[in-house]
Ligand binder design. Sequence first.
Ligand SMILES: [Zn+2]
Length: 318
Amino acid sequence: MIPQCDIQRLRDIPIRDVAERLGLNPGRGKCRCPFHDDKHPSLTLNKARNSYHCFVCGAKGGGPIDLVMGCLNKSFVDACRWLADENNVIIAQQHRQRAQATDSMVTTDVVHLNRLMEKKVLNDDARRFLFDERKISREVVERVGISSISSPVPMSRNVNGGWFIAPSLLIPYTDIDGNLLSVQARYLGGEKGKPRFLFPRGSRCGIFNLQVLRDLEDNEPIFITEGTTDCLAMLSAGHKAIAIPSATMLKQDDVALLRRFRSFHTNCHICPDCDRPGECLYLDLKAVFPSLVRHQLPAGFKDYGEYWKEMGHKRLTC
Ligand SMILES: [Zn+2]
């Protein structure tokens, strides 16, 4: 279910960079061949064709995806996911903000963000968006710890660290114990061309509302949503929910973390957006959590957030 255009993007990642990421040490365009028990570098990397060729075992013609498959013993789809993850390529999510810029050289200034989130403020834009427009419960907003800004604020103490634009919601991302990992800004202004979602550089938080898992009872229903707004609607409806930006961006350790909870094996739910990315998310997640239960929205609703704001009293049965 990976669109052809995305596969092409993965195939265009320089083969040398991929070999580097795989730890093959591609000095002078040659590295040890992962397809046979290679003692000396015999895999040649062809820059022009973006492919490899092993003169010993004859492995040839493959590109970045094949190299990952051979090296990490992954299926085609898993190799694509790995490559996408390593290179910040978002599969079938082009219309979404590439929010999760991960840059291993940069670390999020958590001290600064903690100070920023210390005192919660809900300005008029935030209240209008959350309560009037989206019908999010006040209790949920308080519990999750959402704040807002009316004028731009820096993302870190470093002056070059970038700015949160305003007016925006400030949405905290925490670990299971509630420790702040990063803050996502959700732009509420009307100016065209501004990114709707922003994370500080170096943010490594893939899952929103992880702290809900702390009190998750054995086998209790848990919803996986796409994006924070749907998640807030789910929480307002009284469901327990986490949000992920996209299945392809789930890191292996995130998946391992979720798997520790029985609910993700037995009582895991999704109400995917009624569009192609929603469908892809469902299928991708189904591959990770096979017991995932799909809920179909009534005709005419694009996503759960919209359903909730129109039909607020209705909960999904699970
Ligand atoms: Zn070989």
